[in-house]
Ligand binder design. Structure first.
Ligand code: 5GP
Ligand code: MG
Length: 174
């Protein structure tokens, strides 16, 4: 499949995505039974993952969208820009961060620093994908959907220069 100037091939199917999300949801449902977590959805990339997993999460919860940007084109810029801030009412709450992918870990690391300054009771990270080979910052991902090689992917919320977010499978650069 062609997106702008690059060729991509299917890498994770819709079916596999659904299985991964269901497994993550059952772990979270178990761990948070009887609690009242506060989900923070990392826009834009996590919007499809979040909408799928949230429908499988059955504990009473609150939700907010946040947006911090570090990526331009196909690489991390090493600088985190705040576009939609963390709400102040996360204070004292059990926060679960819903993220599409942890790559170098730079964004998550910087984001967690800001989040901790808002004094939540606890913080857990649920990331649909992680790239262990690319990890350069100390970030603990509590719920990992799947680990992948250090290759550029699009689809299921992830874009290449704004394109491809609505693809139902995940595609990898050929
Ligand atoms: P990090 O700061 O961990 O290097 O990058 C984190 C963010 O960059 C992710 O949340 C995601 O939005 C974006 N990102 C990382 N790897 C990829 C990738 O392979 N494809 C796309 N489209 N975005 C990525
Ligand atoms: Mg992201």
């Amino acid at each position: 499949m062609r997106i702008l100037d690059k060729n991509f091939v299917e890498f994770i199917s819709e079916k596999e995505i659904a299985d991964i999300v269901a497994t993550m949801a059952s772990s979270i449902n178990q761990d948070y039974k009887g609690r009242n977590p506060y989900y923070l959805v990392m826009m834009n990339g996590a919007f499809l993952f979040a909408s799928d997993i949230l429908r499988l999460l059955d504990v009473d919860s609150d939700l907010a969208f946040v947006r911090y940007k570090s990526y331009e084109g196909m690489s991390s810029t090493g600088e985190l820009k705040e576009l939609l801030a963390i709400p102040d009412d996360v204070v004292g709450r059990d926060v679960i961060v819903l993220e599409d992918i942890v790559d170098t870990g730079f964004s998550m690391r910087a984001f967690l620093e800001i989040l901790k300054s808002k004094s939540p009771n606890s913080v857990a990270v649920a990331s649909f994908l992680v790239k262990p080979e690319a990890l350069r910052y100390d970030v603990k991902v509590d719920y990992v959907g799947r680990s992948i090689d250090n290759r550029f992917i699009v689809g299921y919320g992830l874009d290449y220069n704004g394109r491809g977010r609505n693809l139902r499978s995940i595609y990898v650069l050929e």
